[in-house]
Design a protein around this ligand. Structure first.
Ligand SMILES: NC(=O)c1ccc[n+]([C@@H]2O[C@H](COP(=O)([O-])OP(=O)(O)OC[C@H]3O[C@@H](n4cnc5c(N)ncnc54)[C@H](O)[C@@H]3O)[C@@H](O)[C@H]2O)c1
Length: 259
């Protein structure tokens, strides 16, 4: 969307009509936007489009006639339709930030944005404090650790009775081994600091917990978010859904708050 264009004229293409996508569509309807919906499950796209008075499209249809392309699906959609949108000069909002752990994809997205002037929005998702991370990333000597605690049922590739630390390593390894759970690690990298990642399975938890600890020679920041899982997708924290909605609202509204 060109700066200064009327928000009420804004049209969005939403790819992924699941847990986050459905909430985003309802937010878009509330904001008065024109909505296109795509999902690989046809009836899911159709039901959501009907609910929000939108239009069903195919995920692979060219994205050059909308103001904002939104991904709430998976890494393949970032590498496919979202990159194509940026290459066509269309702004994008990406939830599956783990896709950008692939340096070739990140380079291609940056190159497309430099060429076309398109912008890519990355909501904070499941964590808080990315404003502080971006600030401290400017200071030499800053580092960050991310500790994620979830019930094993929300973690994916671990047994249901797993308990204790199931992963410790780099953000890149974490994205490969827990692709549905560590978008937050990839988001920290995009914000400018590469985290050391710990993932802990805790069957007693009823909330997904992300603790971010950033320290630099002059400043120390700790944030901890304990969010109930989404009812429709236990791997997705409820706050990630709200964060996506808040970002969409921020794109539309002229007043921007926060770093
Ligand atoms: N950035 C963050 O902090 C953060 C937090 C939570 C979730 N996420 C990510 O956001 C994404 C969406 O999460 P969700 O909870 O809504 O998941 P979900 O499983 O509820 O919904 C995903 C939807 O995308 C659809 N889909 C998948 N591949 C598709 C394709 N190629 N074309 C069209 N549709 C396709 C699925 O059919 C499904 O309806 C996930 O990748 C998740 O990992 C990011």
């Amino acid at each position: 969307m060109a700066r200064g264009s009327l928000p009420s004229a804004m049209r969005i293409r939403l790819i992924g009509a699941g847990n986050i996508g459905s909430s985003l569509a309802r937010e878009a309807e509330d904001l008065g936007l024109a909505i296109e919906v795509a999902d690989r499950v046809d009836k899911r796209a159709a039901a959501l489009a009907e609910e929000v008075d939108g239009r069903v499209v195919a995920a692979e249809d060219p994205i050059d006639d909308v103001d904002l392309a939104v991904e709430a699906a998976n890494q393949d959609v970032v590498a496919g339709p979202m990159l194509a949108a940026l290459e066509a000069g269309t702004d994008a909002l990406v939830m599956t930030t783990g896709a950008f752990a692939d340096p070739n994809l990140l380079d291609a997205a940056r190159e497309a944005m430099e060429t076309t002037g398109a912008r890519c929005h990355v909501p904070s998702g499941g964590i808080c404090g990315l404003d502080g991370v971006k600030a401290l990333a400017l200071e030499p000597g800053a580092d960050v650790t991310l500790t994620t605690r979830k019930p094993p049922s929300s973690l994916g590739p671990v047994p249901d009775d797993a308990e204790g630390e199931v992963f410790q390593g780099t953000a890149k390894q974490a994205v490969q081994e827990f692709p549905k759970n560590v978008n937050v690690a990839a988001s920290l990298v995009l914000a400018g600091l590469v985290p050391e990642v710990r993932i802990v399975a805790d069957p007693s938890l009823d909330r997904n917990t992300h603790e971010v600890h950033v320290s630099s020679p002059n400043v120390e920041i700790r944030t901890e978010v304990a969010s109930k899982p989404s009812p429709d997708n236990a791997a997705t924290s409820h706050i990630a859904v709200l964060s996506a909605q808040a970002r969409l609202r921020r794109i539309v509204e002229p007043l921007e708050v926060g770093t």
